[in-house]
Ligand binder design. Structure first.
Ligand code: DX5
Ligand code: ZN
Length: 217
């Protein structure tokens, strides 16, 4: 699959979200980080903001739920207009049931792994998913340094996806920038979340295009 870029609005100006979404038109997705101050030590936004954002932009929303109780909440993000919903496996009570529910409601189902969570125990679950997210920083904050030690996990996951002949997308999130995206792509990632590297740039739309070009090489 051609590489896709998903700019994270965590690094945008929250008082101007509609404009900030427009500033990255041309991106494949808009990454929306939902944090509850329990699963991660930070608090961002919830269902009403996602509903408004879905009305404000044509770019599909890629909601990354860093929350406890995703089994209860994830379906509401599909109803709010998210095209892809990612829950953390560490927080989900019943990941297979949840992935099926997200799909049944009409969104892409995605599961995230914190840096310390291995992929191997979840190999049999991969066919239930449309995307797997490998965190390349500890979830919670933008602007952190990329964890190089995640590269072997990305590689192993790509091997498992190929072994099972799956269409699963492999997303990376955290510290993805002009200086790290090529390593991620080479290891097998194909969907790239970038917060500070896009919204910290003078021209966010140009930063998206530059990242995509780099990921293609
Ligand atoms: C962090 C979030 C990321 C964050 C990435 O927990 O999940 O999506 O916005 O920010 P950067 O790209 O700045 O590391
Ligand atoms: Zn994220």
């Amino acid at each position: 699959m051609a590489p896709q870029i998903s700019p994270s609005i965590l690094s945008a100006d929250f008082a101007r979200l509609a404009d900030e979404a427009k500033a990255v038109e041309g991106a494949d997705w808009l990454h929306v980080d939902v944090m509850d101050n329990h699963f991660v030590p930070n608090l961002t936004l919830g269902v009403p903001v996602v509903e408004s954002l879905a009305r404000a932009t044509d770019t599909p929303l890629d909601c990354h739920l860093m929350i406890e109780g995703p089994d209860r909440w994830a379906p509401q993000y599909v109803e709010a207009g998210a095209s892809s919903v990612t829950f953390h496996v560490e927080a989900a009570a019943a990941p297979v049931r949840l992935a099926r529910e997200i799909r049944a409601k009409g969104a892409r189902a995605s599961m995230a792994l914190r840096p310390a969570t291995p992929i191997e125990p979840y190999e049999d679950l991969l066919p239930e998913l449309d995307m797997l997210l490998i965190m390349t920083v500890e979830p919670g904050f933008g602007g952190q340094a990329f964890l190089d030690i995640m590269l072997p996990k990305i590689r192993r996951t790509r091997e498992l996806i190929s072994k099972h002949g799956l269409e699963l997308w492999l997303q990376v999130d955290g510290g993805v920038s002009a200086s790290t995206i090529e390593r991620c792509a080479e290891a097998g990632a194909d969907v790239f979340v970038a917060g500070s590297a896009v919204y910290g740039a003078e021209d966010p739309a140009q930063a998206v295009r530059a990242l995509r070009t780099q990921a293609e090489t």
